[in-house]
Design a binder for this molecule. Structure first.
Ligand code: PAF
Length: 303
């Protein structure tokens, strides 16, 4: 049995793209910022990139009710999770499923604290990429989505797949979250610092930096009981060239917005400290991004 409706909370780049594609078959409402919501209501949502077309999901500013049998997909920035979910805590019930489709580590714990015991919460990750520089317009690149194996995960995967969003259930979501975290630890800060598209950091000059980041992450993951493949750095090198988008962190920096650094490299530093594992390269990246955040978007003048 499919969900009766899908709500997307935090409909920025990735949330709007998933919502648009899911609206091909399902009743979807996007919840996002005012300008975006108004544009989508008036003109629909225009996707470009791997998909070209205009889609017509519903769009609203606020969630006022959560009817039974709703799938709530959370695509807010990870640092917005608690506030966004806590503000609708009073609407929660046990016929609600929440899918956290975000970057970062520790998201489910944050969501559980925000909403309490009632809803079913599932974690997902995606290698799809999206850019959002103008209300109502998103550029999208397909990727694979993994959802933790849990109550109603199969239904979500079927719904996603039926709309062209390649999705699988993962029996070991913890390892997958870490693998994605390491990818983000390499791509996101480097692209944001240099203000370049993902593929541009594949350059040979940055190889030793990329590998040093991964090396620290692998040691911390191991201490956390997560065994990632030793050739992850080479794997990342080999896929980087395929990403012709600006990473989400680079987009945040371009827009002068806070980034997810505390939940990406910052988490590796925090856990490294807990286990007595030095993480100097990740620490430097955190410091660079914090410096950029405190200076607004003067660093990145491309937009
Ligand atoms: O944060 C991002 O931008 C994305 O997670 C990814 C997959 C690195 C693509 O840019």
């Amino acid at each position: 049995m499919a969900f009766d409706r899908i709500f997307v909370l935090g409909a920025g780049a990735i949330g709007s793209a998933f919502g648009a594609l899911l609206s091909r078959k399902f009743d979807v409402t996007l919840f996002g910022n005012k300008q975006h919501v108004e544009t989508v209501k008036l003109h629909g949502l225009e996707l470009s990139g791997d998909v070209d077309g205009v889609f017509y999901p519903e769009a609203e500013l606020e969630i006022n009710s959560l009817p039974p049998n709703t799938l709530l997909i959370v695509t807010t920035k990870v640092h917005r999770t608690f506030a966004a979910l806590n503000s609708i805590k009073h609407l929660m019930h046990n016929e609600l499923t929440i899918l956290l489709l975000q970057n970062g580590l520790g998201n489910k714990e944050i969501a559980r604290k925000a909403v309490g015991d009632k809803p079913n919460i599932l974690r997902g990750i995606t290698s799809a990429a999206a850019e959002f520089f103008q209300p109502g317009k998103v550029r999208f690149w397909f990727g694979k989505t993994l959802i933790e194996n849990g109550f109603r995960s199969n239904e979500i995967a079927e719904m996603f797949n039926s709309c062209g969003l390649k999705t699988e259930i993962s029996k070991d979501i913890k390892t997958e979250i870490w693998r994605k975290l390491v990818v983000n630890c390499v791509i996101n800060p480097l692209t944001a610092i240099f203000c370049v598209k993902n593929f541009e950091i594949a350059s040979d000059e940055l190889k030793s930096v990329r590998h040093a980041i991964v090396d620290e992450c692998l040691k911390v993951a191991e201490a956390e009981g997560v065994h990632l493949s030793k050739d992850l750095a080479e794997m990342i090198d080999s896929v980087l060239g395929n990403y012709t988008n600006y990473s989400s962190m680079c987009q945040d920096v371009m827009k002068g917005k806070p980034t997810e650094i505390d939940f990406i490299n910052g988490k590796v530093v925090e856990l490294g400290r807990k286990h007595g594992i030095p993480t100097p390269i990740n620490q430097v990246l955190v410091n660079f991004i914090k410096f950029i955040e405190s200076h607004g978007h003067e660093f990145c003048r491309k937009n």
